[in-house]
Design a protein around this ligand. Structure first.
Ligand code: DHB
Length: 305
């Protein structure tokens, strides 16, 4: 039993276990991200950071729904130069950091990536899939040619591993995953939030000021699993599962479908930071009970059945 290991290799990173927080959740400061790591995450993911500060959308920006959360924050962030200091502080404490970043053009993606890589991020997660800022970003992540172009430009500009986070708001996510792989992505994260709407019947208008938002949480899980499944059959790079992981069983489902690690977002808000230790403990129990010695042995196993 003591031989059992939860450590995983993720595109060159060695993580103590396969759990990360999802971008946007507790990722705005080094203080909060240190707590995520101390709570047991294998690595932490920052909030999405752009090349310059952005105020984000007006309130209301979040709605709590039966199956999860709907949000349209509008990518508020303090800008890459400011956030570089937060990354440096995390690295001084030895925390493995994945820096999520975005831009409104290829040049902006490259600019943000360079600053965050220079600050010491262990990996970069390219967010070309926010559902709430279409005006400026022009659905960048829905077009395979754009995804390939941005990925390739970023890949050429930094030595740090690049994960590309994909949107489920497309007809064929496999095409976009293949484009990311062609562009040189070291891994893909599947998936970002699903574009959705909530209505207030008393006010007789949409709940969110932005009208639409991104749906996360349990309602997203079957969509995310389907995406991970399809992508794992089509690419050779690792897949990071994201979307509705609320307990260790959900995490095992993602691993069996082909994810090498999982990001946890909404459940951190609904269940608290204990979720990271709970998920790791549950995966450990599952591996032991079924005679496996490490996480890698179950990655993609559902495809063989
Ligand atoms: C926002 C960004 C995202 O990538 C997402 O999935 C949901 C919301 C935002 O900042 O609005």
């Amino acid at each position: 039993m003591s031989q059992l290991s939860l450590a995983v290799d993720l595109a060159g990173l060695r993580l103590r276990n396969p759990t990360l927080n999802a971008a946007g959740v507790l990722g705005i400061s080094s203080t909060l991200l240190r707590r995520v790591y101390e709570a047991g995450a294998g690595a932490v993911v920052t909030k999405s950071i752009g090349p310059r500060p952005r105020p984000g959308h007006p309130n209301p920006t979040v709605a709590s729904l039966e199956g999860g959360l709907l949000n349209a924050m509008g990518l508020p962030n303090p800008g890459a130069s400011y956030f570089a200091g937060e990354i440096r502080r995390l690295k001084e404490d030895g925390v493995p950091v994945v820096a999520s970043f975005f831009g409104a053009s290829v040049e902006e993606f490259v600019e943000a990536a360079r600053v965050l890589a220079e600050a010491g991020a262990d990996a970069l997660e390219l967010n070309c899939s926010c559902p709430n800022v279409e005006e400026e970003m022009g659905m960048l992540g829905a077009d395979p040619a754009n995804v390939e172009r941005i990925t390739s430009a970023v890949r050429g500009a930094v030595d740090t591993p690049v994960f590309v986070k994909l949107t489920p708001n497309v007809a064929d996510i496999v095409e976009v995953a293949r484009a990311a792989e062609r562009g040189g992505a070291d891994a893909v994260t599947a998936v970002n939030t699903l574009k959705a709407l909530a209505v207030d019947i008393e006010l007789r208008r949409p709940v969110l000021a932005n009208v639409t938002g991104g749906l996360s949480g349990p309602a997203l899980k079957p969509v995310a699993l389907r995406c991970v499944w399809e992508i794992a059959e089509a690419v050779d790079i690792p897949v990071i599962g994201c979307g509705g992981v609320s307990d260790w069983r959900d995490a095992v489902e993602f691993l069996l479908c082909g994810a090498s690690a999982v990001e946890i977002g909404t459940a951190v808000m609904t269940r608290g930071l204990e979720i990271f230790r709970d998920v790791s403990k549950g995966i450990r129990g599952y591996l032991g009970e079924h005679g496996f010695r490490e996480v890698g042995e179950i990655v993609g196993l559902a495809h063989e059945g």
